[in-house]
Design a protein. Structure first.
Length: 152
């Protein structure tokens, strides 16, 4: 059997960001955000996970490069949050969250997904640590979440 041509294998763009919420998160607002995200992501075949804690958002998106880029631009244009910081942008051969059009992980799970390196998303807030350390911590959180959900 001939080796697979890497150029013919589909690649998936994985993108992660952190941002600050402008408003406190009410349960109905979270429900509305998740409903719209699931609908849009289903249409665009984007999967991922969303975390919210203490006025901060952390989200991982994965799918077709251009569609993930368009989704990220909509997020950047959304006036419900500010201080958006891209923490991960890479391509991989397979999805980490293949069955999650938009999963939600609560604040109590952040420590477990970060190998207890983070107590909350606040640890990723600009100014709390150097930019390089923030990006490393966000990348580690992303990677741990990928690993955890791939094992499920």
């Amino acid at each position: 059997m001939p080796p697979k041509d890497r150029h013919l294998m589909p690649t998936i763009r994985q993108l992660a960001y952190i941002s600050s919420s402008k408003l406190p998160l009410e349960p109905t607002l979270l429900s509305d955000i998740l409903d719209v995200s699931v609908r849009n992501n289903t249409n665009d075949k984007i999967t991922g996970v969303l975390m919210h804690h203490d006025m901060l958002w952390f989200q991982i998106l994965e799918g077709d490069a251009s569609l993930v880029g368009q989704c990220y631009q909509r997020i950047c244009d959304d006036d419900r949050h500010t201080n958006i910081s891209l923490t991960l942008d890479c391509t991989v051969e397979s999805r980490a969250f293949p069955s999650w059009n938009m999963g939600y992980v609560g604040p109590d799970e952040i420590g477990a997904h970060s190998g207890h390196a983070l107590k909350s998303l606040d640890d990723l807030r600009p100014g709390e640590m150097t930019l390089d350390r923030r990006h490393c911590a966000a990348r580690e959180l992303s990677l741990q979440m990928f690993k955890t959900f791939q094992e499920r």
